[in-house]
Write a protein that binds this ligand. Structure first.
Ligand SMILES: *Cc1c(COP(=O)(O)O)cnc(C)c1O
Length: 335
């Protein structure tokens, strides 16, 4: 099957599986898994941060960051459709007693700096204490440049807020912009990145930041049940991904472009957004039946309603892009 539902559907490659099989391991809760320690050191070094923490998921990574920055009755600001606000089951509020303050976002996913400034609360017993500003890059595949992010970052800094970057797909942005990773994340006190999306590992995210914040995040990770034992098996996949799967993200971006061009030429389809590895389309005739017809033609895509999101990734080849365009044409010509 050609699976375009997400970039999380990748299977570990033979090289990655070898790295997993050969990983040296220990008990990471005791701090003695050498492969986890190496992954954390490599990420910290690449991002110009003091320390890093391997965690099972991006959601847990963001929550560890929220709870490292904020205590009970504090507040974090995030875009109204940011993952940290909308797609993490309210974890900051439920588990951290941290009040979320959503703000308007621009089309590229940047939280509106004026709205940020307007919701930051003064030191007054009526209000929660505003502590943290979260950005997300990429957002639905869209990239905000370093200069763009600075518009929001500056407001946060002016008001003494801590800064967190939800960089689940930040390597897509870094590759698309052609900037250095440490420049990209320099303004942020903590940075979360996923290994299990475009980088193609089965499991894992890494949170990085100062030694102090990461020590606090490590405590939170244990509380959340994210302390893993012989996690070097998973960290080895991460190290492999950092060595082999970053530069090639440019191929995913090129394939998304080819996919958008091909699908856009089909009369029933309008491409509404093309950015890095994500293509969003409006389909005249989007329906569960269309989704089933595509599946019968070997293509997995969520097209039961519009807009539909298609993601390219490690397991999508140029031939798969061609086959997908043809399958959409055939599936739509039946309806
Ligand atoms: C996927 C994603 C997450 C969460 O990662 P999981 O590993 O699925 O928990 C967080 N933020 C963004 C922007 C994401 O795309």
């Amino acid at each position: 099957m050609i699976d375009l539902r997400s970039d999380t559907v990748t299977r570990p490659s033979p090289g990655m599986r070898r790295a997993i099989a050969e990983a040296e391991v220990g008990d990471d809760v005791f701090g003695d898994d050498p492969t986890v320690n190496r992954l954390e050191a490599v990420v910290a070094e690449r991002l110009g941060k003091q320390a890093a923490l391997f965690v099972p998921s991006g959601t847990q990574s963001n929550l560890c960051a929220l709870m490292a920055h904020c205590g009970r009755g504090d507040e974090y600001i995030a875009g109204e459709s940011a993952h940290t606000y909308r797609y993490e089951a309210g974890g900051g509020a439920v588990l951290g007693s941290i009040q979320p303050q959503p703000v308007r976002m621009f089309d590229d996913g940047l939280p509106d700096p004026d709205h940020i400034a307007a919701v930051i609360k003064p030191d007054d017993s009526h209000f929660a204490r505003t502590k943290l500003l979260c950005l997300e890059n990429t957002k639905d595949g869209m990239v905000q440049s370093i200069e763009r992010m600075k518009l929001a970052v500056d407001v946060g800094h002016r008001h003494g807020l801590a800064l967190h970057l939800d960089g689940a797909r930040m390597w897509n942005a870094i590759v698309a912009l052609g900037v250095s990773a440490d420049d990209f994340v320099a303004p942020f006190d903590t940075v979360s990145m996923c290994l299990s999306k475009g980088l193609g590992t089965p499991v894992g995210s890494v949170l990085s930041g100062s030694s102090e914040l990461i020590a606090e995040a490590r405590r939170v990770r244990k509380m959340l049940g994210g302390g893993l034992r012989q996690a070097g098996m998973l960290a080895a996949a991460g190290l492999y991904a950092l060595d082999h799967n970053i530069d090639r993200l440019a191929d995913d971006h090129a394939r998304a472009e080819a996919l958008a061009a091909g699908l856009g030429a089909i009369p029933e389809i309008t491409v509404t957004s093309l950015a890095t590895n994500m293509v969003f389309i409006d389909i005249e005739g989007a329906s569960p039946e269309l989704q089933n017809r595509l599946e019968d033609l070997g293509v997995l895509a969520r097209v039961s309603s519009s807009p539909a999101r298609l993601a390219t990734h490690l397991d999508i080849s140029d031939d798969d892009v061609e086959a997908t365009i043809e399958a959409f044409g055939r599936a739509l010509s039946v309806s």
